[in-house]
Design a protein around this ligand. Structure first.
Ligand SMILES: Nc1ncnc2c1ncn2[C@@H]1O[C@H](COP(=O)(O)OP(=O)(O)O)[C@@H](O)[C@H]1O
Ligand SMILES: NC(=O)OP(=O)(O)O
Length: 312
């Protein structure tokens, strides 16, 4: 029987620039279409770290040329990233579905996600965005532009911004209605546009980028999904990652995950939020499973052939 699935797409599903994105979404669409073809109902969330940094930089460059221009708020940059990634992804996916004779609709919902304006994350930026830099380049950006910077999981230096916890998906009813009407919905892109609820129903954009794995988890809970599938650049989660005694994990219980998290086995900003999201989903209701695997292995993963399965 078909399952209700929320997929979280990692950076490798989208590429780092426009030409790469055009190619990457074609491959990504094959993996998603495999699941639709197998009879599952699928909602798709995706990351935006490189893209949102690029958009922010592009507007900053424009502001230097045109001093009367307004600085583009980070929430708007997230909205733009959802728009252009969703545009490419929904077209590629629709094409792939039609090529397989599948008639499901595909729609991107610009999604706002409520955060708490008092979330301590606003005082401690941790979310890496934009391009990788050397330490020297990053320090120069910190001096010249006031950026917060940090080393990103052994891969280089990046700008970091606030990443508050996702609390509620504003467009949830719309997303659910589209999903229940047999559409593939692309939602919560880039973790969602971060907004703070104020009086009179006004939602105020926040200067932040929400973690897409945590936002996907929230969406999966609210859509009452059976599975949360986090697709990334590794087939399984490992302990002692990249060390001679590395061990790939087929299964992971929340208790085991907490032990490994305590040992610092999962890099913050890369594997850690995925494991945290997977554990939260598995614990949210009996029978729910989270899977972390490679994009191309999504279908095998659902069939229990690969990936790391997180269940209670
Ligand atoms: N313990 C671990 N097991 C597996 N991968 C890990 C681990 N710790 C860090 N990683 C790294 O985390 C990466 C996934 O994080 P990231 O690239 O930030 O995700 P995304 O696919 O969402 O862009 C993997 O490709 C791998 O290089
Ligand atoms: N918003 C977000 O988590 O993006 P990445 O997955 O690209 O870091």
């Amino acid at each position: 029987m078909g399952k209700r699935i929320v997929i979280a797409l990692g950076g490798n599903a989208l590429g780092k620039n426009l030409p790469e994105q055009m190619l990457a979404v074609k491959e990504t669409s094959k993996a998603i279409a495999d699941l639709v073809e197998a009879g599952h109902t699928v909602a798709v969330a995706h990351g935006n770290g490189p893209q949102v940094g690029m958009i922010q930089n592009a507007f900053a460059a424009y502001c230097r040329q045109e001093p009367s221009a307004d600085v583009m708020p980070l929430s708007m940059c997230v909205a733009m990233s959802q728009g252009y990634i969703g545009y490419d992804l929904q077209n590629a996916l629709k094409e792939e579905l039609l090529n397989r004779g599948l008639q499901q609709g595909v729609a991107t919902v610009l999604t706002q996600v409520v955060v708490d304006g008092n979330d301590p994350a606003f005082q401690h930026p941790t979310k890496p965005i934009g391009a990788f830099m050397t330490k020297e380049e990053a320090e120069q950006m910190a001096r010249e532009k006031g950026w917060h910077i940090a080393e990103d999981a052994g891969r280089g230096w990046r700008q970091v911004v606030a990443s508050p916890k996702p609390l509620a998906v504003v467009e949830l009813t719309t997303i659910r209605a589209l999903a229940e009407a047999d559409n593939v919905v692309i939602a919560c892109g880039g973790g969602g546009i971060p907004v703070i609820a104020t009086d009179n129903h006004h939602l105020k954009g926040a200067a932040a980028v929400i973690d897409k794995d945590l936002a996907s988890e929230l969406l999966a809970e609210h859509l009452d999904a059976d599975m949360l599938i986090i697709l990334t650049a590794v087939e399984k989660v490992a302990v002692n990652f990249n060390k001679p005694n590395q061990k790939w994990l087929d299964t992971l219980t929340p208790e085991e995950a907490r032990t490994y998290i305590g040992e610092g086995q999962f890099a913050p900003g890369s594997m850690l939020p995925k494991v945290e999201a997977a554990v939260k989903f598995a614990e949210s209701k009996p029978g729910r499973t989270a899977l972390i695997t490679l994009l191309e292995k999504a279908r095998d993963g659902i069939d229990g052939k690969t990936g790391t399965r997180v269940t209670c």
